[in-house]
Ligand binder design. Structure first.
Ligand SMILES: *Cc1c(COP(=O)(O)O)cnc(C)c1O
Length: 419
């Protein structure tokens, strides 16, 4: 008998609920450094607005001015008349910022990663990726139809072995610059040397490094001392430190022209509203030139880590604004998150399949919008939450785990990809 697709989906939802993995979608109003969730104003320690640009007056004004001048929607794909002077100017300014020949604007980082892989890689080719690469890089390999191998997190020798297994295949080494759920840095200098030695190309998805690391916020590669040309494909997303939305791919003239011709996630989609490009230009100017934002962020990170150590809170090793606190079980991460909400802080639990089984955590992120005093209050709440004994809860749903849980774990790999 033919399986009922929606009934099967219902079973997967029940299984996820039994594993304390159900996500809850809430409409949260943002205002003045807080997030209003379920009617309560919580200090937000969860976002990626590291430099405080999402609410910056110059960024907002640039968006409004452009929308008043040009309207909102681009109305068409870039090649069909949707490409505006604001898009072109942002691409030129981003290329100059990163020291690359050319850059191309995508509507999201997800689409950019899919487009790059699908343009560069085919069924005979190999991508070698860090085990903790972002979900979009994992999905990109599926779209490209290439062989995908994943190396041990941060382990360059593991990557080398995988490249060696197919010495004649055209190959791309692809990594996050800053790992989104862990906050640590990829060993970019060693990976660049590996790529050079083995004839592979190197791609860095710098969603969490751009704006935050390196001179003028040029990102992880610059922070690692690499020249722009040491990285073949730079991906910068615009919705995190830059506070807007979208992504830029930067590299050689040949790379960008190839994307213009072949990247389906760029060719067959409506250009981002030009007002967003205008806002991003304003954000980029602030991010490049206001070093105090990066300096302040670094001071806040150091303050947070010192305070955690003093209170016996065992953070994961990270020097970036992403500061995870390992919880182990999803249930415990949720309990901590609820305790923090009760104390006035928004810090959601990150659970499988976003992270590995048993590696649930709180992902605490810092921003220049925070100050030392608020961070101290958060640390006190964290110390109290994590000191409380974990209460093993027995919910009726938990009993079904063995039965329905198997189906989830045996399901298509895409259901288990990091997200
Ligand atoms: C957020 C993120 C993306 C996706 O970017 P969007 O613009 O949000 O689609 C890609 N890669 C990494 C590492 C990310 O953290």
């Amino acid at each position: 008998m033919r399986p009922d697709l929606l009934a099967r989906l219902g079973e997967r939802l029940a299984a996820r609920a039994a594993e304390h993995g159900l996500r809850r979608l809430v409409a949260a109003t943002r205002g003045n450094g807080t997030l209003v969730v379920d009617g309560r104003a919580l200090v937000d320690f969860s976002g990626n607005d590291y430099l405080g640009l999402a609410g910056h007056a110059a960024v907002r004004d640039a968006l409004v001015a452009c929308a008043i001048r040009d309207g909102v929607g681009a109305g068409a794909a870039h090649l069909i008349g949707g490409h505006r002077p604001e898009h072109a100017a942002l691409e030129a300014e981003a290329a100059a910022w990163l020291g690359c020949e050319r850059a191309l604007l995508f509507s999201t980082g997800y689409a950019a990663n899919l487009g790059v892989f699908q343009t560069l890689l085919g069924p005979d080719d190999l991508v070698v990726q860090d085990k903790l690469d972002h979900a979009s890089l994992i999905d990109a390999a599926k779209l490209a139809g290439c062989e995908a191998k994943r190396y041990v997190h941060g382990d360059v020798e593991s990557a080398r072995r995988q490249l060696r297994s197919r010495p004649d295949a055209a190959a791309l080494v692809a990594t996050d610059g800053v790992f989104s759920m862990d906050g640590d840095l990829a060993p970019l200098a060693a990976l660049a040397a590996l790529a050079r030695d083995t004839g592979a190309a190197l791609m860095v998805d710098d969603a969490h490094g751009a704006g935050v690391l390196g001179p003028e916020g040029r990102g992880s590669a610059a922070h690692a001392g690499l020249a722009p040309s040491d990285v073949d494909v730079h991906v910068v997303t615009l919705g995190k430190a830059l506070g807007v939305a979208g992504a830029l791919v930067a590299g050689s003239q040949a790379l960008i022209e190839g994307l213009v011709q072949f990247a389906r996630t760029w060719v067959y989609t409506t250009a981002m509203p030009p007002a967003l490009a205008a806002a991003t230009r304003a954000a980029l100017a602030v991010a490049r030139h206001e070093d105090w934002r990066r300096d302040r962020l670094a001071r806040l990170v150091a303050h947070f880590r010192r305070g955690a150590a003093a209170r016996g809170i065992a953070l994961m090793p990270s020097t970036t604004p992403i500061q995870p606190l390992p919880a182990g079980s999803a249930e415990r991460a949720l309990a901590w998150s609820h305790a923090l909400a009760a104390a006035g802080f928004h810090v959601p639990a990150i659970r499988p399949p976003t992270v590995a089984d048993g590696a649930a955590r709180l992902r605490i992120t810092l921003s220049v919008r925070h100050d030392e005093r608020t961070i101290d209050t958060l640390l006190d709440a964290l110390a109290a939450a994590t000191a409380a004994p974990a209460e093993p809860r027995t919910e009726p749903a938990a009993r079904t785990r063995g039965r329905t849980g198997t189906r989830v774990r045996g399901g298509p790999a895409s259901h288990r990809a990091r997200s």
